[in-house]
Design a protein around this ligand. Structure first.
Ligand SMILES: Cc1cc2nc3c(=O)[nH]c(=O)nc-3n(C[C@H](O)[C@H](O)[C@H](O)COP(=O)(O)OP(=O)(O)OC[C@H]3O[C@@H](n4cnc5c(N)ncnc54)[C@H](O)[C@@H]3O)c2cc1C
Length: 247
Protein backbone atom coordinates (compact mmCIF):
# COMPACT_ATOMS: atom_id res chain seq x y z
CA UNK A 1 0.00 0.00 0.00
CA UNK A 2 2.74 2.37 0.96
CA UNK A 3 4.31 2.74 -2.50
CA UNK A 4 6.29 5.86 -1.58
CA UNK A 5 8.30 3.83 0.95
CA UNK A 6 9.81 1.32 -1.48
CA UNK A 7 13.10 0.03 -0.02
CA UNK A 8 14.72 -1.75 -2.99
CA UNK A 9 17.62 0.47 -4.11
CA UNK A 10 19.28 1.16 -7.47
CA UNK A 11 22.65 2.85 -6.99
CA UNK A 12 24.28 4.59 -9.96
CA UNK A 13 27.82 3.28 -10.56
CA UNK A 14 29.38 4.69 -13.73
CA UNK A 15 27.22 3.66 -16.67
CA UNK A 16 25.30 1.11 -14.61
CA UNK A 17 22.80 0.84 -11.78
CA UNK A 18 23.36 -1.75 -9.04
CA UNK A 19 20.10 -3.05 -7.59
CA UNK A 20 19.60 -4.59 -4.15
CA UNK A 21 16.34 -5.64 -2.54
CA UNK A 22 13.31 -7.80 -3.12
CA UNK A 23 9.74 -7.74 -4.40
CA UNK A 24 6.82 -9.83 -3.22
CA UNK A 25 3.55 -10.40 -5.10
CA UNK A 26 4.82 -10.15 -8.66
CA UNK A 27 2.27 -11.49 -11.13
CA UNK A 28 3.83 -13.79 -13.75
CA UNK A 29 7.18 -13.29 -11.97
CA UNK A 30 8.37 -16.89 -12.42
CA UNK A 31 8.25 -16.73 -16.21
CA UNK A 32 8.82 -13.08 -17.07
CA UNK A 33 11.50 -12.49 -19.73
CA UNK A 34 11.44 -8.78 -18.90
CA UNK A 35 10.38 -6.90 -15.79
CA UNK A 36 9.61 -3.29 -14.97
CA UNK A 37 11.02 -2.56 -11.53
CA UNK A 38 10.51 0.37 -9.15
CA UNK A 39 13.58 1.11 -7.04
CA UNK A 40 14.88 3.91 -4.88
CA UNK A 41 17.45 6.05 -6.70
CA UNK A 42 17.11 9.17 -4.58
CA UNK A 43 16.13 10.29 -1.09
CA UNK A 44 13.20 9.15 1.03
CA UNK A 45 9.58 9.36 -0.07
CA UNK A 46 7.89 9.55 -3.44
CA UNK A 47 10.48 11.86 -5.00
CA UNK A 48 13.28 9.27 -4.93
CA UNK A 49 11.85 6.40 -6.96
CA UNK A 50 12.73 5.38 -10.53
CA UNK A 51 11.53 2.71 -12.94
CA UNK A 52 13.69 0.27 -14.91
CA UNK A 53 12.76 -2.21 -17.61
CA UNK A 54 15.24 -5.03 -18.20
CA UNK A 55 15.63 -8.69 -19.17
CA UNK A 56 15.55 -11.24 -16.34
CA UNK A 57 18.70 -13.08 -17.49
CA UNK A 58 20.92 -10.46 -15.81
CA UNK A 59 23.34 -11.52 -13.05
CA UNK A 60 22.13 -10.99 -9.49
CA UNK A 61 18.46 -11.50 -10.32
CA UNK A 62 16.63 -14.56 -9.15
CA UNK A 63 13.09 -15.73 -8.56
CA UNK A 64 12.28 -17.00 -5.07
CA UNK A 65 9.31 -19.20 -4.53
CA UNK A 66 6.09 -19.28 -6.47
CA UNK A 67 3.48 -18.23 -3.92
CA UNK A 68 0.64 -20.65 -3.15
CA UNK A 69 -2.52 -18.64 -3.73
CA UNK A 70 -6.14 -19.43 -2.94
CA UNK A 71 -7.39 -18.14 -6.30
CA UNK A 72 -6.43 -16.70 -9.69
CA UNK A 73 -4.52 -19.92 -10.25
CA UNK A 74 -4.04 -19.39 -13.99
CA UNK A 75 -1.33 -16.79 -13.32
CA UNK A 76 1.65 -17.29 -11.05
CA UNK A 77 2.73 -14.84 -8.37
CA UNK A 78 6.34 -14.75 -7.22
CA UNK A 79 8.98 -13.24 -4.99
CA UNK A 80 11.88 -11.62 -6.84
CA UNK A 81 15.35 -10.99 -5.42
CA UNK A 82 18.10 -8.59 -6.51
CA UNK A 83 21.61 -9.04 -5.13
CA UNK A 84 24.16 -6.60 -6.56
CA UNK A 85 22.20 -6.91 -9.77
CA UNK A 86 23.99 -4.73 -12.32
CA UNK A 87 22.07 -3.27 -15.27
CA UNK A 88 23.07 -0.64 -17.87
CA UNK A 89 21.84 2.87 -17.04
CA UNK A 90 19.98 2.97 -20.37
CA UNK A 91 17.42 0.54 -18.87
CA UNK A 92 16.01 3.46 -16.89
CA UNK A 93 12.38 3.95 -17.94
CA UNK A 94 11.18 7.55 -18.04
CA UNK A 95 12.92 10.14 -15.90
CA UNK A 96 15.07 9.40 -12.87
CA UNK A 97 13.25 9.98 -9.56
CA UNK A 98 9.93 10.42 -11.37
CA UNK A 99 8.98 6.75 -11.00
CA UNK A 100 6.28 7.35 -8.39
CA UNK A 101 4.35 9.51 -10.83
CA UNK A 102 4.79 6.92 -13.60
CA UNK A 103 3.47 4.22 -11.21
CA UNK A 104 0.45 6.33 -10.26
CA UNK A 105 -0.31 6.92 -13.94
CA UNK A 106 -0.04 3.19 -14.65
CA UNK A 107 -2.26 2.37 -11.65
CA UNK A 108 -5.17 4.16 -13.32
CA UNK A 109 -5.26 1.66 -16.18
CA UNK A 110 -4.84 -1.28 -13.79
CA UNK A 111 -7.64 -0.07 -11.51
CA UNK A 112 -9.92 0.61 -14.44
CA UNK A 113 -9.35 -2.95 -15.67
CA UNK A 114 -10.17 -4.22 -12.16
CA UNK A 115 -13.46 -2.29 -12.18
CA UNK A 116 -14.34 -3.50 -15.69
CA UNK A 117 -13.45 -7.07 -14.71
CA UNK A 118 -15.62 -6.81 -11.60
CA UNK A 119 -18.59 -5.53 -13.61
CA UNK A 120 -18.22 -8.23 -16.26
CA UNK A 121 -17.70 -10.92 -13.61
CA UNK A 122 -20.80 -9.87 -11.66
CA UNK A 123 -22.87 -9.88 -14.84
CA UNK A 124 -21.76 -13.44 -15.60
CA UNK A 125 -22.26 -14.66 -12.02
CA UNK A 126 -25.79 -13.28 -11.81
CA UNK A 127 -26.84 -14.51 -15.27
CA UNK A 128 -25.52 -18.02 -14.60
CA UNK A 129 -27.07 -18.14 -11.13
CA UNK A 130 -30.49 -17.11 -12.45
CA UNK A 131 -30.22 -19.74 -15.18
CA UNK A 132 -29.32 -22.36 -12.57
CA UNK A 133 -32.27 -21.26 -10.43
CA UNK A 134 -34.72 -21.76 -13.29
CA UNK A 135 -33.95 -25.48 -13.46
CA UNK A 136 -33.22 -26.33 -9.82
CA UNK A 137 -36.43 -27.02 -7.94
CA UNK A 138 -37.23 -27.12 -4.22
CA UNK A 139 -40.62 -27.34 -2.54
CA UNK A 140 -42.25 -27.86 -5.94
CA UNK A 141 -40.96 -24.80 -7.78
CA UNK A 142 -37.81 -23.38 -9.38
CA UNK A 143 -35.75 -21.77 -6.63
CA UNK A 144 -35.53 -18.53 -8.63
CA UNK A 145 -39.27 -18.13 -8.08
CA UNK A 146 -38.88 -17.67 -4.32
CA UNK A 147 -39.52 -14.01 -3.70
CA UNK A 148 -36.57 -13.64 -1.36
CA UNK A 149 -34.23 -14.61 -4.21
CA UNK A 150 -36.00 -12.64 -6.92
CA UNK A 151 -35.69 -9.54 -4.76
CA UNK A 152 -32.04 -10.30 -3.96
CA UNK A 153 -31.20 -10.60 -7.66
CA UNK A 154 -33.08 -7.40 -8.46
CA UNK A 155 -31.05 -5.60 -5.77
CA UNK A 156 -27.82 -6.94 -7.23
CA UNK A 157 -28.83 -6.14 -10.82
CA UNK A 158 -29.63 -2.58 -9.75
CA UNK A 159 -26.32 -2.16 -7.93
CA UNK A 160 -24.52 -3.77 -10.87
CA UNK A 161 -26.05 -1.22 -13.22
CA UNK A 162 -24.80 1.57 -10.92
CA UNK A 163 -21.32 0.00 -10.93
CA UNK A 164 -21.41 -0.29 -14.71
CA UNK A 165 -22.41 3.34 -15.23
CA UNK A 166 -19.73 4.57 -12.80
CA UNK A 167 -17.13 2.41 -14.56
CA UNK A 168 -18.22 3.48 -18.05
CA UNK A 169 -18.04 7.11 -16.95
CA UNK A 170 -14.47 6.55 -15.71
CA UNK A 171 -13.58 4.76 -18.98
CA UNK A 172 -15.00 7.65 -20.99
CA UNK A 173 -13.00 10.26 -19.04
CA UNK A 174 -9.87 8.08 -19.30
CA UNK A 175 -10.28 7.71 -23.07
CA UNK A 176 -10.68 11.47 -23.40
CA UNK A 177 -7.43 11.85 -21.40
CA UNK A 178 -9.15 13.90 -18.70
CA UNK A 179 -8.00 13.77 -15.07
CA UNK A 180 -10.13 11.00 -13.57
CA UNK A 181 -8.26 9.53 -10.58
CA UNK A 182 -11.32 10.11 -8.37
CA UNK A 183 -13.74 8.41 -10.78
CA UNK A 184 -11.41 5.44 -11.39
CA UNK A 185 -10.76 4.99 -7.65
CA UNK A 186 -14.51 5.17 -6.98
CA UNK A 187 -15.26 2.65 -9.73
CA UNK A 188 -12.69 0.15 -8.39
CA UNK A 189 -13.87 0.67 -4.81
CA UNK A 190 -17.57 0.35 -5.62
CA UNK A 191 -17.37 -2.52 -8.12
CA UNK A 192 -14.76 -4.46 -6.10
CA UNK A 193 -16.73 -4.25 -2.85
CA UNK A 194 -20.03 -5.03 -4.58
CA UNK A 195 -18.54 -8.12 -6.22
CA UNK A 196 -17.88 -9.59 -2.74
CA UNK A 197 -21.58 -9.40 -1.87
CA UNK A 198 -22.69 -10.63 -5.29
CA UNK A 199 -20.42 -13.67 -5.24
CA UNK A 200 -21.50 -14.53 -1.70
CA UNK A 201 -25.20 -14.49 -2.58
CA UNK A 202 -24.76 -16.27 -5.91
CA UNK A 203 -22.76 -19.02 -4.22
CA UNK A 204 -25.40 -19.35 -1.51
CA UNK A 205 -28.05 -19.65 -4.22
CA UNK A 206 -26.34 -22.75 -5.66
CA UNK A 207 -26.62 -24.55 -2.31
CA UNK A 208 -24.23 -27.51 -2.17
CA UNK A 209 -23.26 -26.97 -5.80
CA UNK A 210 -21.81 -23.62 -4.76
CA UNK A 211 -19.18 -25.44 -2.73
CA UNK A 212 -17.84 -27.72 -5.45
CA UNK A 213 -15.87 -26.99 -8.60
CA UNK A 214 -18.55 -28.13 -11.08
CA UNK A 215 -19.89 -24.62 -11.65
CA UNK A 216 -18.00 -21.36 -12.29
CA UNK A 217 -19.26 -19.90 -9.03
CA UNK A 218 -16.80 -21.96 -6.96
CA UNK A 219 -13.88 -20.46 -8.85
CA UNK A 220 -15.42 -16.98 -8.78
CA UNK A 221 -15.65 -17.23 -4.97
CA UNK A 222 -11.85 -17.60 -4.82
CA UNK A 223 -10.91 -15.22 -7.64
CA UNK A 224 -13.19 -12.30 -6.79
CA UNK A 225 -11.58 -11.91 -3.36
CA UNK A 226 -8.54 -10.31 -4.98
CA UNK A 227 -10.57 -7.39 -6.34
CA UNK A 228 -10.53 -5.42 -3.08
CA UNK A 229 -6.83 -6.19 -2.47
CA UNK A 230 -4.81 -6.19 -5.72
CA UNK A 231 -3.90 -2.96 -7.52
CA UNK A 232 -4.52 -0.97 -4.32
CA UNK A 233 -6.89 -2.05 -1.55
CA UNK A 234 -10.37 -0.65 -0.95
CA UNK A 235 -8.97 1.22 2.06
CA UNK A 236 -6.32 2.85 -0.13
CA UNK A 237 -9.02 3.79 -2.70
CA UNK A 238 -10.87 5.53 0.14
CA UNK A 239 -7.69 7.35 1.20
CA UNK A 240 -7.14 8.58 -2.38
CA UNK A 241 -10.75 9.72 -2.77
CA UNK A 242 -10.71 11.39 0.66
CA UNK A 243 -7.66 13.45 -0.36
CA UNK A 244 -9.25 14.38 -3.69
CA UNK A 245 -12.45 15.64 -2.03
CA UNK A 246 -10.37 17.47 0.57
CA UNK A 247 -11.39 15.38 3.59
C1 LIG B 1 -2.29 -12.30 -6.37
C2 LIG B 1 -1.59 -10.98 -6.24
C3 LIG B 1 -0.91 -10.46 -7.32
C4 LIG B 1 -0.22 -9.25 -7.21
N1 LIG B 1 0.52 -8.79 -8.27
C5 LIG B 1 1.29 -7.69 -8.11
C6 LIG B 1 2.19 -7.26 -9.13
O1 LIG B 1 2.29 -7.87 -10.20
N2 LIG B 1 2.95 -6.17 -8.92
C7 LIG B 1 2.88 -5.46 -7.75
O2 LIG B 1 3.58 -4.46 -7.60
N3 LIG B 1 2.04 -5.84 -6.76
C8 LIG B 1 1.26 -6.93 -6.91
N4 LIG B 1 0.44 -7.34 -5.89
C9 LIG B 1 0.48 -6.57 -4.63
C10 LIG B 1 -0.82 -5.87 -4.29
O3 LIG B 1 -0.97 -4.70 -5.07
C11 LIG B 1 -0.78 -5.59 -2.78
O4 LIG B 1 -0.87 -6.84 -2.11
C12 LIG B 1 -1.89 -4.68 -2.34
O5 LIG B 1 -1.77 -3.39 -2.89
C13 LIG B 1 -1.92 -4.55 -0.81
O6 LIG B 1 -0.67 -4.19 -0.33
P1 LIG B 1 0.05 -5.05 0.80
O7 LIG B 1 -0.08 -6.50 0.45
O8 LIG B 1 1.40 -4.49 0.98
O9 LIG B 1 -0.84 -4.84 2.09
P2 LIG B 1 -0.54 -3.87 3.29
O10 LIG B 1 -0.07 -2.56 2.78
O11 LIG B 1 0.29 -4.58 4.29
O12 LIG B 1 -2.02 -3.66 3.88
C14 LIG B 1 -2.59 -4.55 4.82
C15 LIG B 1 -3.95 -3.99 5.23
O13 LIG B 1 -3.78 -2.69 5.80
C16 LIG B 1 -4.62 -1.78 5.13
N5 LIG B 1 -4.02 -0.46 5.07
C17 LIG B 1 -2.78 -0.12 4.63
N6 LIG B 1 -2.62 1.21 4.68
C18 LIG B 1 -3.79 1.72 5.15
C19 LIG B 1 -4.26 3.04 5.42
N7 LIG B 1 -3.50 4.13 5.18
N8 LIG B 1 -5.52 3.19 5.92
C20 LIG B 1 -6.31 2.10 6.14
N9 LIG B 1 -5.91 0.84 5.90
C21 LIG B 1 -4.67 0.65 5.41
C22 LIG B 1 -4.79 -2.35 3.72
O14 LIG B 1 -5.95 -1.82 3.09
C23 LIG B 1 -4.89 -3.83 4.04
O15 LIG B 1 -6.21 -4.14 4.41
C24 LIG B 1 -0.26 -8.54 -5.99
C25 LIG B 1 -0.97 -9.06 -4.90
C26 LIG B 1 -1.62 -10.28 -5.00
C27 LIG B 1 -2.33 -10.83 -3.79
Amino acid sequence: SDVANIRTTARRVGDDYVINGQKTWITNGTRADFITLAARTGGEGYGGISLFTFPTDVKGFHVGKKLKKIGNLSSDTAELFFEDCKIPARYLLGEENQGFYHIMTNFQGERLIAAIGAVAGMQQMIEEAIEYGRTREAFGRPIVKFQVWRHRFVEHLTALEAARQLTYRAVDLFNRKEYCVKEISMAKLFAGDLAQRVVYDCQQFYGGYGYVTEYHIGRAFRDVRLLTIGGGTSEIMKEIIAKLVDL
